[in-house]
Design a binder for this molecule. Structure first.
Ligand SMILES: [Zn+2]
Length: 300
């Protein structure tokens, strides 16, 4: 019995391993409230797809952990595999709280705001801390630029890209997923967006494929910064090796449009909530189809 045997039964790692082997992507979808949790879980059941429900540290602070416990309850009751992940945990206090007190299957120990050596050293330290509590980990070698809901904003795109050396060093920490910085950014891509820039497509998928080749199945690739990604770019990123597909706006856009529209119409609050859940289900099912995860959940 080795100390890593728990990894075989960790829900998050089971989901990622199956997707990596099956060469499809799994949505790692951010949720901010109960309607979104309900919508994402029901979408996964409808599509018979695995799902990763993820939260920013904001959700822990805002709800005093309630949203995480609620999501874990929904995941346990679901008829498809669903894991609970903490995205971009950058403060040591929040990592401790998440690992010690909350039902996370996986935590992104994001030390990318430190310089390269410190990023690596602190990542190794927190991977160990989480693993001792049977929690899987994700880390960010290099630095993905941009800011997103409390995630620190950084600048200087070129110097921050993940190098082959860093991939080796981070894999050696025992981290389960890597979020490489290869030209992707957090938040919005600006007026041109990634959709019009085919050179950018090629660049992104080429660099992803290089990282994938180097990983040799010792860790999986988490794709960050997908706001505004059109379906064909998403598919190409999965073909190039991305497995965990972090999404925020692309599964929630219709929900927010619905809320904006509801301001001018007089409907019962409960109706607005129920319709909001349907919006999340509809868009999420669509993306599961694009990622290739539809029907991949084991039969009930
Ligand atoms: Zn990210």
């Amino acid at each position: 019995m080795t100390s890593d045997d728990w990894k075989a039964t960790n829900r998050h790692l089971q989901i990622l391993k199956a997707a990596n082997e099956g060469q499809y992507g799994v949505l790692a979808a951010i949720a901010y409230n109960i309607e979104q949790i309900l919508g994402l879980v029901r979408a996964a059941e409808k599509a018979r797809s695995p799902l990763i429900l993820q939260f920013f540290p904001w959700a822990i602070k805002f709800s005093d952990g309630l949203l995480i416990r609620t999501a874990a309850d929904a995941a346990r009751r679901a008829t498809v595999p669903i894991s609970i992940h903490l995205d971009h945990a950058q403060e040591e206090e929040i990592i401790k709280r998440a690992a010690d007190e909350l039902p996370f299957d996986s935590i992104m120990v994001d030390m990318s705001h430190f310089d390269k050596e410190e990023n690596l050293a602190k990542t190794a330290q927190w991977v160990k801390y989480c693993n001792e509590r049977r929690i899987a980990t994700e880390a960010e070698p290099g630095r993905i630029e941009g800011g997103e809901d409390g995630v620190m904003d950084t600048v200087g795109l070129e110097a921050s890209k993940t190098t082959p050396e860093e991939v080796e060093q981070f894999v050696a920490t025992g981290v389960d997923a890597l979020a490489p910085a290869f030209g992707n950014v957090h938040g919005e891509y600006g007026p041109q967006g990634p959709q019009l820039d085919f050179e950018r497509y090629l660049y992104i998928t080429y660099r992803l494929a290089l990282v994938k080749k180097q990983l040799d199945n010792r860790a999986i690739i988490a794709l960050h910064g997908t706001n505004g990604f059109p379906p064909d770019l998403m598919r190409r990123c999965i073909e190039a090796g991305a497995t965990k597909i972090n999404v925020n706006r692309i599964t929630l856009d219709d929900y927010y449009a619905h809320l904006r529209a509801a301001r001018t119409v007089h409907k019962p609050h409960t109706t607005v909530m129920e319709e909001g859940v349907e919006k999340v289900i509809h868009l999420t099912v669509k993306w599961m189809e694009i990622l290739g995860s539809t029907g991949k959940a084991p039969p009930v």
